[in-house]
Design a protein around this ligand. Structure first.
Ligand SMILES: NC(=O)c1ccc[n+]([C@@H]2O[C@H](COP(=O)([O-])OP(=O)(O)OC[C@H]3O[C@@H](n4cnc5c(N)ncnc54)[C@H](O)[C@@H]3O)[C@@H](O)[C@H]2O)c1
Ligand SMILES: O=P(O)(O)OC[C@H](O)CO
Length: 385
């Protein structure tokens, strides 16, 4: 079993009252608001550890509400509901929606990053120079940052941009189900050996709820990559749904996908291969996302309607952001630059279907055993007698 370093059973001692931590949520989408709800509940439940007010940065927009144009922050602070990204879910009244990311940054000891990965760069740019010296971050973002130099986790990227420690939270957590308090598990990747002013136990205390069971492990890369890479596999299963392939074929795609996720995490990072198969951030997240997450739904509709993924994102996701296609492109760029495309046939095929017009039926070839393997295992000698 990969080593769990903290669970809700290791409740941390309370710090002195003047050292209680202020929590800031950077993001307010579907998952951002569900995470803010969890932190808001725990800030109240553990008043000796956290300050009650939780600040949530909202990328301000005007929306049509009860017949008039209103600001999303004003509606949230009045109704305690994110009517655009998490409608129908009442949030605790100690969450304050704030349109200025610098104000949230300046006033927070723990910064919880939960924006679609496409926006991390510009958000960090605005936060620079406003971060408290002892602040720490935790990233709930599912994606990887790729450039010519190679690949980075978003937690590493945040550390580099803002100079603060950053852990990761990721698991089988479809936001709407978590928000309505259906039981689920999640994983925190947190390595206190790297120097952080906030313990792993304290991070667990911030997120663990009776319906949201948290385990912390040291394998930050494994936790981050499970969440990022399953989005590609979820699209592959969505293409299979579009072709009306059955459960056996989709399970084969998931199995092959899991192996590529594990291979990627150990090839490019020092990740423990057990994380992908033992923790919520690996196999469990893969399954839940493939059972009807946003990536899966858009990929299915892509095959059934012939519309572009951008169009389907607009039509099906109500302002939420599709991550899998962008991650497939990021990963493909990296694999191409390292001449590793053949080592990751499923990831590559998803890229080709999404961006190069490859027919989704071609996915079946990826599922066939490699030629050498089939020759070794199944060649029968002709019998002449
Ligand atoms: N939704 C889920 O079920 C879920 C669950 C677990 C993890 N995640 C991950 O959490 C992260 C955040 O996802 P989400 O579901 O909260 O977001 P989302 O898909 O609901 O995206 C909408 C958010 O993006 C913001 N946004 C739009 N344009 C922006 C801009 N130019 N700059 C900054 N922000 C902008 C919107 O204000 C809104 O808050 C993603 O990495 C996602 O993979 C999502
Ligand atoms: O809806 P998806 O496919 O973005 O998946 C949501 C979450 O990541 C599931 O844990």
């Amino acid at each position: 079993m990969s080593t769990t370093i903290a669970t809700s059973h290791n409740f941390p001692p309370a710090p002195p009252r003047n050292k209680r931590l202020s929590i800031g949520i950077i993001g307010s989408g579907n998952w951002g608001t569900a995470i803010a709800k969890i932190c808001g509940e725990n800030a109240r439940a553990h008043g000796n550890h956290f300050r009650s007010k939780v600040r949530m940065w909202v990328f301000e927009e005007e929306i049509e509400y009860k017949g008039e144009k209103r600001k999303l922050t004003e509606i949230f602070n009045e109704t305690h509901e994110n009517v655009k990204y998490l409608p129908g879910i009442p949030c605790p009244s100690n969450i304050l929606a704030i349109p200025d990311v610098r104000e949230v940054t300046r006033k927070s000891d723990v910064l919880v990053f939960v924006v679609p990965h496409q926006f991390v760069d510009r958000v960090c740019e605005q936060m620079k120079g406003f971060v408290r010296p002892n602040a720490v971050a935790i990233s709930c973002i599912k994606g990887v940052a790729v450039n010519k130099q190679g690949v980075k986790l978003y937690s590493e990227y945040i550390t580099e941009r803002l100079g603060i420690y950053c852990g990761v939270l990721s698991g089988a957590n479809v936001a709407n189900e978590v928000a309505r308090e259906d039981f689920c598990e999640t994983t925190i990747g947190y390595n206190p050996d790297l120097g952080t002013s906030v313990s792993a136990e304290m991070m667990v205390a911030l997120f663990d709820r009776p319906y949201f069971s948290v385990a912390a492990v040291k394998d930050v890369a494994g936790v981050a990559l499970g969440g990022a890479l399953k989005n590609i596999v979820s699209m592959a299963v969505g293409f299979a749904d579009g072709l009306e392939w059955g459960g056996n074929t989709k399970s084969a795609i998931m199995r092959r996908g899991l192996l590529e996720m594990q291979k990627f995490a150990t090839m490019f990072f020092d990740s423990d291969p057990r994380t992908m198969v033992e923790q919520s951030c690996g196999i469990a997240d893969l399954v839940t996302s493939c059972l009807g997450g946003r990536n899966n739904r858009c990929a299915e509709a892509f095959v059934k309607t012939g519309k572009s993924l951008q169009q389907l994102e607009k039509e099906l996701l109500g302002g939420q952001v599709l991550q899998g296609a962008a991650t497939a492109a990021d990963v493909h760029e990296l694999l191409t630059s390292r001449d590793l495309v053949k080592e990751f046939p499923l990831f590559t095929t998803v890229y080709r279907i999404a961006y190069e017009g490859m027919k989704p039926e071609g996915m079946i070839q990826v599922l066939q055993p490699p030629v050498e393997e089939s020759e070794n295992e199944f060649t029968t000698e002709t019998n002449d007698d």
